[in-house]
Write a protein that binds this ligand. Structure first.
Ligand code: HEM
Length: 197
C-alpha cells in the first residue's frame, strides 16, 4: 500500500522535521509567546505555499482527493495569528520566499498532500502539551495545534483510504514519494529562517 511505503520512505525526513521544529519547545513546555507566534508564522509560510501548490492541481487530482485540496491548515494559522494581533506586514519578505519547485506534477502534489495531512497527527500530540506551557496561558483557543482530535483522526483515515484506493503504476508511486520528500524539505528550509518577533 502506498501509505505504508510513504511512511517507510520518509521516516528519516520526519525525524529531521521533528528536530528542526520549534514545536519541541511546546513539548518541553518552555515556549515563550513570541516563539509561539514565530512557530505559527513559519508554519503559515510553508502550509500556505503547499496548499497553493496542491490547489493548482485541483483539475487533475483524482476526484476523491479533491476535498483535501483546501486551505484548512493556513486558515487555522491565520485565526491563531490574528487573535494574537500578529503584524503580518512586518514579515512580508519571509512570506515571499520561493521554496516550491516549478516543475511539480500531480503525483508529486499527492505526496505533498500526504505530508501536510499527516503532519496534523503530530499536531494532535503537541496540542496535549499546550495547557502546560505557562507563557501561553492567555490564549483561549488554539486552532492549528488544536481542533477536535476525533475529527483529525477521521480525516486522516479517510485520506489514507482514498490514497490507498488509487490505482498507481511504479512510476506514479515514485513521483508521490518524491513529492513527499520535497515537502519535508520545504519545512526544513522555512524552519531554518530566523524570525525576530
Ligand atoms: C515536533 C514536531 C513533530 C512531532 C512531535 C511529530 C509527531 C508525530 C506523531 C506522533 C505522528 C503519528 C505517528 C504514528 O501514528 O505512527 C506523526 C505522523 C506524521 N507526521 Fe509528524 N511530528 C512532528 C512534525 C512533523 C512535521 C513538521 C511534518 C511535516 C513536514 C510531519 C509529518 C508527519 C506525517 C506525514 C505523519 C504521518 C506518518 C504516517 O503514518 O504515514 N510531522 N508525527
Amino acid at each position: 500500500m502506498i501509505s505504508k511505503i510513504l511512511k517507510e520512505k520518509t521516516t528519516a525526513e520526519h525525524q529531521q522535521a521533528e528536530k528542526n521544529n520549534d514545536a519541541r519547545f511546546i513539548i518541553d513546555h518552555s515556549i515563550t509567546h513570541d516563539q509561539y507566534l514565530g512557530l505559527l508564522y513559519k508554519n503559515y509560510i510553508v502550509y500556505n505555499k503547499l496548499e497553493n501548490l496542491i490547489h493548482n492541481f485541483m483539475d487533475e487530482l483524482p476526484s476523491d482527493l479533491k476535498e483535501f485540496a483546501v486551505y484548512d491548515k493556513s486558515d487555522r494559522l491565520i485565526k491563531d495569528l490574528t487573535q494574537s494581533d500578529f503584524n503580518f506586514d512586518r514579515f512580508e519578505d519571509e512570506l515571499a520566499v520561493d521554496i516550491t519547485q516549478k516543475d511539480t506534477n500531480v503525483m508529486q502534489a499527492i505526496g505533498v498532500l500526504y505530508v501536510i495531512e499527516g503532519s496534523m497527527l503530530g499536531g494532535m500530540m503537541i496540542a496535549n502539551h499546550l495547557q502546560h506551557c505557562s507563557e501561553l496561558g492567555s490564549i483561549e483557543e488554539h486552532h492549528f495545534f488544536g481542533g477536535n482530535p476525533k475529527a483529525h483522526v477521521q480525516r486522516w483515515k479517510k485520506f489514507i483510504a482514498v490514497l490507498d484506493g488509487l490505482t498507481l503504476n511504479e512510476q506514479e508511486k515514485e513521483e508521490i514519494i518524491k513529492g513527499a520528500k520535497e515537502a519535508f524539505k520545504y519545512f526544513d528550509k522555512i524552519f531554518e529562517l530566523e524570525l525576530v518577533i
